[in-house]
Every structure is written in C-alpha cells, then in structure tokens.
Design a binder for this molecule. Structure first.
Ligand SMILES: NC(=O)c1ccc[n+]([C@@H]2O[C@H](COP(=O)([O-])OP(=O)(O)OC[C@H]3O[C@@H](n4cnc5c(N)ncnc54)[C@H](O)[C@@H]3O)[C@@H](O)[C@H]2O)c1
Length: 409
C-alpha cells in the first residue's frame, strides 16, 4: 500500500515536474521574446537617434543659403573650368558664372588664392573645387576654360620666377592640351605687361611691346607673351578655339593683403595711418578698372567670335600721386605721402586703348573709380578687423631676385 502511495506520489511529482518544467520553459521563452523585443526597441531608438542626429548635423548644409542661381536648360548650361578660380579675379568670375546657372569647376593650387574666396559655393550641386597645380596635366570634361592660374602681382611672381615661368608655359600647354582633347574653347588671362614699358600711348592691340627679356619682371611678362604664342599655335595647328584678354590693372574686394600693388598698398597704409609710399616723383600714370567690369568683359569675350587679343581695362588715367591723394581723402586718413627712389623697369605710362572691346564686344567699364575704391576700402578695413592685433602692415613676400624694388602696378 505504502509502495503504491509512493509510486503515485512520485508519478504525480514526475507529472508536476514535467508541468513545472513546461511552465518554466514557456516563461523563459516569453521572457526572452519580451527582452529581445525590448532590445530591438532600444536598437531602433538608437538608430532613430543616430538618424536624427545625422540629419541635425547635415541640416546646416541642407539649409545652406547659396547666392541665387539662374536656371539654365541643358542646352544653354555649360561646364566651365576656371584655373586660378580661388584668386581675386577668378573668384568673382566664379560668382558670375555660377549665378548665370553654369556648372563651374575651380582648379587652384592656393599659391595666392584662398578657399575663403569661393567657400560660399562649396556643396552647391553646380560647383566643384579641385586642389591642383596646372603644371600637372588635368583630365576633365568641360566646354569652356578660363585660364587664369598665375601669380599676378610683382612680389608674388618674383617670389619664385622659375615657378612663374612653369605656370605660364607648361601650365598653359596643359590647358591647351585639355582644350584640344575635349574640344573646349580656352580664354587666356593675358596682361598689359606684354606691352612692357610702352613707347606707344595709349596701348592698342597692334603694339608689339617693349619688354626687357632678362629683367626682374621677365618671368611674368615673357611667360604671358609665350602663353599667347602657344594659344595661337594651338589655334593654327590644332584648330583649338582661343580668346586672349589683355587685362590692365584691376582692383576690388578679395585682393590679397600681400598683393603689393599700388591700390592695395595705399589703402592699407591709409587705413593704418602709415605713410603712403610713392616711388619716384609720382608722376607715372596708371589706369584702374573695378573687378566687376573686368569679369563682364571676360565673359563677353569668351562668348564672342573674336580670336585676336583684346584689351580690357579702364582708360581713365591718373598719376600715382593723384591716386595717393584720392585714397587718403576717401579713407579720411592723416597719413603722410612719402617719396622713395624710383623702381627698376617701372612703366611711366600705362593706359589701354579699348576701342576694339567697345566696338566688337560693346564693352566698356561702367563702375566709377571712387565707387570702386570705396567698396575696396570697406573690404580692406573688414580684412584688417580680422587681423589679431589690427596692426597689419603690408609686407609682400621678399622676391628672390636681388635687384628690383616694389613698383607701381
Ligand atoms: N589683377 C590684375 O590687375 C591683373 C592684371 C593683368 C592680368 N591679370 C591676370 O589675371 C589672372 C588672375 O589674376 P589675379 O589678380 O586674380 O591674381 P591672383 O593671384 O589673386 O589669382 C591667381 C590664382 O592662380 C592660382 N595659381 C597660381 N599658380 C597656380 C598653379 N601653378 N596652378 C594652379 N593655380 C595656380 C593662385 O593660387 C590664385 O588663386 C592672372 O593670370 C593674372 O596674370 C590680372
């Protein structure tokens, strides 16, 4: 009897045990699935947080305000390369072509250019910035090339004359090679310096110039002269479409603080109460155009059918001394005017004959000198505010040439 009871109990226990085991198993599975579900929820929430965070991080670029850009149909929209596009003139040209609705690629090695000059376009679907030296070949697909890459102010191009020569010769060959490969039109930013210290006044495009081929400025002057020669060799031999702009002195915002040319020197000196340095008697003449006028001229020339060189400059001629006095009065500065010995190879007179541009492009400068100067003074005073101690004095990088002083450009 006792045995039967024990057997019954143990059977019951076994069943109970099985039942309990089954219940425990069910509870375990249920717990596990709840836990997994909870874990999944947490993962989902983390994912969601990351996505939200990423969107937050990205949102400034999503919401970034670009300057207004026109819509151009596929047919009218061009792929445009600007070499030296992060420099003074190049960045203003970038602005115009972007706002006109084109796709712009800026190529620059940042020797004198700055990312800051084009940063307002970074991230825009029509804009690309490439850090590249034009002395190396470049392979991209483009319809037009504005070839501006070259140091432009004497302290900058005399800093490394061999590099200046390479940029203007090998760099130009590379860009002409690219133009030939992809069938693009190339505009060369040449210079009034191809006229040297001119014996003809004002200088028209027929004048062949008066250049010292071994002087301190030859790396630039002769570099640009041979760059023009290369353009016409590619045009005649390879059928490349070329445009050549002979640019005269230009000024405006985004000029480099170390530019070292007369407008920026005088403005910076006047703003800081330093003497305005005039080399020689100050009777040398110069004519200055505002940068927006130049940019309009470059675009008109590129899209014209004129393949011969065209002067782009302001024919309004002033003596250096007049400039010094005008800038002093616009800045309302107490600076003195200081006369220093005349500089080597300093052209006595420089004034463009722009009849060709007027007649064939319908172009002439429209920004009055004082208006342009006031804008440039505002720009330089803002730049000075950025300087830590507000005591910046323009000190162009020393030229490696032993001879030659700064001159009025
Ligand atoms: N500003 C003027 O008064 C003036 C007058 C005559 C001609 N130009 C010509 O116009 C062009 C632009 O002049 P700017 O005043 O804007 O000068 P800039 O120095 O401000 O611009 C030149 C740009 O070219 C870039 N660059 C130089 N060497 C390069 C290289 N090897 N590879 C790639 N990029 C390079 C520089 O970093 C800079 O961004 C130059 O070709 C200059 O000769 C200017």
């Amino acid at each position: 009897m006792m045995k039967r009871v024990i057997w019954l109990l143990s059977g019951l226990n076994r069943r109970m045990m099985k039942l309990l085991f089954a219940l425990a198993l069910i509870a375990y599975i249920a717990c596990k699935s709840i836990q997994e579900h909870a874990e999944m929820n947490i993962e989902q929430r983390i994912d969601e947080m990351f996505i939200t965070k990423e969107i937050c991080l990205l949102s400034p670029s999503f919401s970034q305000k670009y300057p207004p850009v026109k819509f151009l149909s596929e047919k009218d929209r061009k792929r445009i390369l600007i070499t030296g596009g992060a420099g003074f003139v190049g960045s203003h040209l970038t602005d115009k072509l972007m706002m006109d609705g084109h796709e712009v690629t800026v190529v620059d090695n940042f020797f004198t250019g700055r990312k800051r000059n084009v940063e307002h376009w970074i991230g825009h679907e029509n804009f690309e910035l490439i850090n590249h030296d034009v002395v190396e070949p470049l392979y991209i697909e483009v319809d037009q090339i504005y070839h501006l890459a070259s140091p432009a102010s004497p302290p900058n191009y005399m800093y490394n004359p061999i590099k200046t020569l390479k940029t203007n010769t090998i760099g130009t060959l590379n860009m002409l090679g690219l133009a030939k490969r992809v069938g693009a039109r190339l505009l060369l930013a040449s210079t009034s310096e191809v006229y040297g210290d001119p014996e003809v006044h004002p200088q028209n495009e027929e004048y062949w110039g008066h250049v010292n081929p071994i002087g301190p400025r030859a790396c630039y002057d002769e570099g640009k002269r041979v760059a023009e020669t290369m353009c016409y060799a590619y045009m005649k031999q390879e059928g490349v479409e070329v445009r050549v702009a002979r640019i005269f002195n230009t000024f405006g915002s985004r000029m480099h603080m170390n530019d070292g040319r007369v407008v920026s020197n005088f403005i910076l000196q006047a703003l800081q109460g330093e003497p305005l340095t005039v080399y020689g008697t100050g009777s040398q003449t110069r004519a200055f155009q505002y940068v927006s006028d130049l940019v309009n001229g470059l675009v008109l020339l590129m899209n014209s059918n004129i393949s011969s060189p065209v002067n782009l400059g302001n024919p309004e001629e002033h003596t250096i001394l007049e400039f010094a006095r005008l800038i002093k009065s616009l800045v309302v500065s107490r600076s003195q005017i200081q006369f220093l010995p005349e500089a080597q190879d300093d052209p006595q007179r420089r004034r463009p004959d722009i009849r060709k541009a007027k007649m064939m492009l319908g172009w002439e400068p429209v920004v009055p000198l004082e208006e342009g100067l006031n804008k440039t003074i505002q720009y330089f005073s803002r730049e000075l505010e950025h300087q830590a101690n507000n005591q910046y004095i323009p000190k162009p990088k020393a030229a490696r040439m032993k001879k030659g002083r700064p001159r009025h450009n």
